[in-house]
Write a protein that binds this ligand. Structure first.
Ligand code: DGL
Length: 272
């Protein structure tokens, strides 16, 4: 029997839309409810306990919408809060770190892999450990926090002189380390792909985990007999900030037009 409940997807803000669009492409008949916690973003500079608290509230809101799966479309929340969410949830929970790590491990030829992410993700060590676990023996992993990338992506400064200068500043150590694979370990970073590619050169494979995450979603739905029968799937958006603000910055991340009809959610009223 079909399960027509939607999939719940959340991020600290709009970065998770780069994952949502891959889910839409991979399983177009599935309904989705997206929550962006723009009112409390960024997560990447917060402590582990705050990120867990926020993520549990985000999940509570989505559970109230009767979702059949939770996708943590945020690397920082995945790195810090996945275990806490999995323990609490009654539905499957999908994180974004492991799929990205697997893609990087498959892509590298010289065993030198770079990871760029928020400070929170880098400091957690979770991404590095995940890549180390998947990568060929003897691989070397290099991490770099790129906190300004989130603001540049939100500002729409994806490929200009200022972005080029920031990219150079953050990525020079990785270039000098001779990496051949670079994990875009934050859901905001795919927007900066042109500037990152220009600096790193074509010899470096850039890993955007969105597609790999969408494949995990598809497989989990199939394995759990959770597929919908695709009749008018819902595509709803909620934000903890002003809906108009969300809509005005969201469409480039989504890449599929405006997320019209976004509603406000008072996330503070959800328990942890
Ligand atoms: N989307 C978040 C991530 O993937 C980054 C933005 C933030 O710091 O909240 O880590």
């Amino acid at each position: 029997m079909a399960d027509n409940r939607p999939i719940g997807v959340f991020d600290s803000g709009i970065g998770g839309l780069t994952v949502l669009r891959e889910i839409w492409d991979m399983v177009p008949s599935e309904g989705t409810i997206y929550f962006g916690d723009n009112g409390r973003a960024p997560y990447g500079t917060k402590s582990k306990s705050t990120i867990i608290k926020y993520s549990l509230q985000d999940m509570s809101f989505l559970e109230e919408q009767n979702v059949k799966m939770i996708v943590i479309a945020c690397n920082t929340a995945s790195a810090h809060a996945y275990e806490a969410l999995k323990e609490r949830a009654d539905v499957p929970v999908i994180e974004v770190v492991t799929p990205g790590a697997r893609c990087a491990a498959r892509a590298t030829k010289n065993g030198r892999i770079g990871i760029i992410a928020t400070k929170g993700s880098v400091n957690s060590g979770v991404y590095k450990a995940a890549v180390e676990k998947e990568a060929p023996e003897g691989s070397q992993i290099f991490q770099q926090a790129c906190p300004l990338f989130v603001s540049l992506a939100e500002e729409g400064w994806w490929d200009n002189e200022i972005t080029d200068a920031v990219v150079k500043e953050y990525l020079t150590p990785l270039k000098e380390a001779g990496i051949d694979t670079l994990v875009l370990g934050c859901t905001h970073y795919p927007l900066l792909t042109p500037a990152i590619r220009k600096f790193m050169g074509d010899g470096v494979t850039l890993i955007n985990a969105g597609k790999a995450v969408a494949e995990v979603v598809r497989k989990t739905l199939a394995d759990g007999s959770l597929m919908s029968d695709g009749v008018n799937p819902v595509r709803a958006f909620y934000t903890s900030d002003e809906p108009e603000l969300f809509e005005s910055v969201a469409s480039p991340f989504l890449g599929r037009g405006l997320p019209a009809g976004t509603k406000h959610c008072n996330i503070d009223r959800y328990s942890i």
